[in-house]
Structures are given as C-alpha cells and as structure tokens.
Design a protein around this ligand. Structure first.
Ligand code: CA
Length: 540
C-alpha cells in the first residue's frame, strides 16, 4: 500500500515533461542557471537528485513575464546559486516537473562532438562520386567549353538536398576554423581539422585553373526527390563563376592555409590553398560585378537551374572578409588596404550572405582590428544584451518577431552568441558571457515549444527533419547532431503549423523545409558556439 501510494505521488507530482523548461544538455556550475515554467506560478520549487531521490535545493519562484506575442505568461525559476555537479529534475510545489538535466564541467562537450560528427555523416562520398561533372553553359570558357567533363569529388552535401555550394561551404569552414583559431584548447582538434580538410579539398576542385574564378555551385538542374544518393540519376553541373563564391573561397582558403601550414601532414595542401586564394582574389578584382543571379542566368542558358541560389546583392562584405584573411596569411599591405576600403563601419553577426563578421573575427583573433572596429563590436554586444531585460526565457534572443525567420536559430540566436564571446574577450563584460549561455539554453530547451532543436540530443528533439539522407536510410529517426532551422512564421513550405505565433511557428515534419531543414552553415554556428561555451566555461 505504502509502495503504491509512493508510486502514485511520484507519477502525479513528478511527471517529467516540458511544463518546466530546462536546458536539456545541461548547465555549467558557474553559469546563470534558470528554468522556466510555461505558465504563471507563485510558490516554491525544488531540485531533486535523480540518482538518490533526495531534494538538494529549494527556492521561491521568480518573475512572471508576459509573452511579447500572446496572452501567455512564463515564470522564471532561478537556481544560479546551486552548483553541485549531478543529474537532476526540477519540481514545483504544484506538481510541474522538468526533464532530467545535468550540471557539470563539460556539459556541452558531447554536443560539440556530435555537431562535428554530423559533418562526417553529411559527406557526399560515396553517395555521389562526382567524378563526371559537366560544365554548364553559364560556366563555359575557352579551355572548358559547355559539356566539358571535370572531376569534383568530396565535400559535404549542403543541407537536406544533395548539392554542393561554394558560398555556403566556405562560410561553414570559415566560421568553424575561426573557432579553432580562437579556442585552440578544444580537444577535438585533429578530427576537426581532418573534417574541414575533406571539404576544402573539394572546394579546390571548384576553381578554374585557367583564370582563378570559382564556380558558384555543383548541382543538379532541379532538386532530387526524397531518394537515396545511389538512386540519383540527374546530371550534375558546375555553373557560373560568381564574385561571391570566388571571394568566399579566397577567404576560407587563405584562412585554412594559415592554420594548416602548422600541421605537418597538411603543409603541402596549405601552400596550394594560399596560391588558390590569391588567384581567386585577382579574378574577383577583375570581375567585381559577377553576382550570381539565377533568374537572369536561366534566361540565357539551359538547362535551367532551380536549386538553392545563394544569391547576393552585394559582394562588399565578401571583399572585406577575403581581404582580412589574405592580409593575415600573407602579411601583404595591399590586402590590408583593401580590407580598410571595404570595412563596413558597423558590426553585424555573420551569416552566409553577410560575411563582414568573419572579417572582424579574424582581425580580432590576431589582434589586428583597429580601435574603431573593436568599438563597433562592443556596441553590437551592448545592443544585444539590452534585449534580455524582462525576457520570457531569460535570453536576449526570442523577444521580437524579427528574431524568427528561415534559419533563425543559427543565423540570429547562435550567431549573436558567438559574437558576444568575441566582445567578451575585448572588454571582459560578464553580461556578454552570461547571455551567450542563455542563447544556448534557448536552443536546447528553454523555449516556448520545449524543444531541444538539435537532433539526437536532449529529451525532446526533432525526429523528422527535412533531410534526404536521414529520410531515405533504413534507420528510424534522424541523423544525430544537426541543428534545425527553427520557428519561421513565413512558412514558405505551405505546411500546416500548429501555431501562428512567431516563436511557435515550427513543425517537426519532413516536408517543412522552412522550419525543419538542416544545413551545414547552421551546424557551423552550433559547433563553433558549443566549442566556445565549453572553452569559456572556466571563466564563469
Ligand atoms: Ca554579401
């Protein structure tokens, strides 16, 4: 009887779930630790050790905060002062409970590892050997007329599709290697360098040796269906050389050359990469207006290309990033002069289409950023942390409808947090550091839907991402370690979403490419941020 009663109490009072939202990967002992009740709540809560069943901490509920988007309210539970490593659950006195979570010294190290291994899973070989790739009419040149067959093996699939895009691939290795340079203590160093090299070797094949220009992408004319790689039969092309692809290539190759020249087994490729970077930059100087406009290209050439465009209206930021990396690698003043010519005057967190931030990161890491640029980064960080005041989920991210768009969890939430940590190194403002952790809390469970938005991680995470590789293999569930796009009220995929609210416009179905796709650039922010927060944790 006693046993039954105890079980009943346990089941009713401690039902694990997402009514109390926690970071499902866990908290570092020194970070500002909050959980959020998805309702109005006044009373006490306690933390229970799930191994021993004992209550280890008790406190009163905190602020009750209205949602900026609806009549919903949320309640903050602060347990910052509790910092004993262990496995816990939070329970409120009225019977709400959280998923199990960890407090520990290395809570994000497994996330960094799985985010890195996701790139291995995303490799295009052996699925697409890409040894017989056609030169598209838009890319034809004297040495390589239309229909010339070239070999362009390796590299990661870009996202849920099977194509390979230089703009996004260069941004991805660029952001990850920026983290490598800034946080050299990271323990996965060797694996990380090998995995990035797998993609860089492919990128080298995308440069036309005759003139240094770089093909925008390697692609089928239309997306393949949801079929396995070995079932894909559409021809694959390299298309038009573009100024953005060529400059992103130049930047990432220059950066990689600088890093890999210190690694014995890669010293040879490093020399090739530096030469490739300089040749690409020269092509871009000669072709500054060769922006990629797929619509216009299809008016002039066939077959029409309908896959991801990665189009761009300005290459000023690509000129800036490439000039910064080339300057740091070669030491040539001509590149520094170019960097200052294209310096934007304002910092913005990096995305694939606006890579200014990567130029700032490179200069900051090498202590070459002018005073004005440092001030611009600090101004950005100050504006970000001010958004955390009275935030429903204690994060600077997620309090404005503008925060929710295609890819927002990476391109706003993660990218802002990464930028805060560059600012933190400049002036030591502890609020920058703390808010970077809160953004990760948001990604990993402290959000309106209670999702940990990384596949295979936490207690509640996406299981049906828009991902051809995962949807067509024989293994149930997603491939692990991928950050999904996240809430996106624009809903370009036409799927039914259960909610109209900006921060809940997400649906875990395979058709939802606008909220539930995966992408290498998004995983780049996840990996960089996980490494950064792990490396910064001793400063907490
Ligand atoms: Ca741009």
């Amino acid at each position: 009887m006693k046993k039954t009663l105890y079980l009943l109490i346990l089941l009713t009072a401690c039902t694990p779930g997402d009514t109390v939202l926690v970071n499902q990967s866990g908290y570092y002992p020194g970070q500002e630790k909050v959980a959020v009740v998805d309702a109005s709540f006044t009373g006490s809560f306690r933390i229970t050790d799930v191994i021993t069943g004992t209550s280890v901490f008790e406190a009163k509920s905190g602020d009750i905060i209205p949602s900026p988007f609806s009549s919903k309210v949320r309640t903050i539970l602060d347990f910052t002062s509790f910092n004993q490593p262990g496995e816990y659950r939070i329970e409120t006195e009225n019977g709400s409970a959280s998923h199990v979570f960890t407090i520990g010294e290395n809570v994000l190290a497994p996330l960094a590892l799985t985010a890195l291994e996701a790139f291995y899973l995303q490799r295009s070989t052996p699925g697409h050997p890409d040894t017989l790739v056609l030169v598209h009419a838009s890319a034809a040149s004297e040495d390589r007329p239309e229909g010339t067959v070239i070999s362009s093996p390796g590299g990661w699939y870009d996202a849920g599709d099977y194509n390979k895009y230089i703009v996004n691939a260069s941004y991805t290795t660029g952001l990850i290697l920026a983290g490598y340079e800034k946080y050299p203590g990271y323990s996965q160093n060797d694996r990380l360098l090998d995995e990035m090299m797998y993609n860089l070797e492919w990128s080298l094949t995308m440069q036309d040796p005759a003139d240094g220009g770089v093909y925008h992408k390697l692609t089928t004319p239309e997306f393949e269906g949801f079929i396995r790689p070995e079932e894909c039969k559409k021809p694959r092309y390299v298309v038009q050389k573009s100024v953005t692809a060529t400059l992103d290539f130049a930047a990432s190759m220059a950066q990689a050359a600088r890093i890999y020249k210190n690694v014995e087994k890669y010293a040879g490729p490093a020399i090739r990469m530096e030469q490739a970077a300089e040749a690409a930059f020269l092509w871009a100087l000669d072709n500054p207006d060769s922006l990629y406009n797929q619509f216009r290209m299809n008016e002039n050439f066939s077959p029409a290309i309908q896959t991801g465009a990665y189009g761009d209206r300005s290459a000023r930021d690509e000129f800036f990033w490439a000039s910064c990396e080339l300057y740091l690698t070669t030491g040539k003043d001509a590149y520094l002069k170019k960097a200052m010519e294209y310096a934007p005057g304002k910092f913005s967190a990096p995305t694939w289409g606006n890579v200014d931030g990567l130029g700032y990161f490179a200069l900051l890491t090498h202590d070459k950023a002018p005073h004005a640029m440092k001030e611009q980064v600090i101004a950005f960080c100050d504006s970000i942390i001010s958004l955390a005041t009275e935030a429903s989920f204690a994060s600077s991210y997620g309090n404005s409808a503008r925060d929710f768009f295609w890819g927002c969890l990476s391109e706003s939430c993660s990218s802002n947090a990464i930028s805060l940590l560059y600012g933190y190194r400049l002036n030591g403002n502890r609020d920058y550091l703390l808010q970077a952790y809160h953004n990760m809390d948001y990604l990993l469970g402290i959000n309106p839907l209670g999702y940990c938005y990384v596949t295979g991680t936490g207690s509640k995470s996406p299981v049906n991402p828009h991902h051809r590789l995962a949807a067509t293999d024989d293994i149930p569930g997603p491939l692990p370690g991928f950050l999904v796009g996240g809430p996106n009220p624009a809903k370009q995929d036409g799927c039914f979403y259960p909610s109209e609210l900006p921060d809940e416009s997400y649906v875990d179905v395979v058709e939802s490419y606008a909220s539930n796709e995966i992408a290498i650039n998004w995983n780049a922010t996840l990996l960089h941020l996980a490494i950064a927060l792990q490396e910064c944790s001793p400063s907490l």
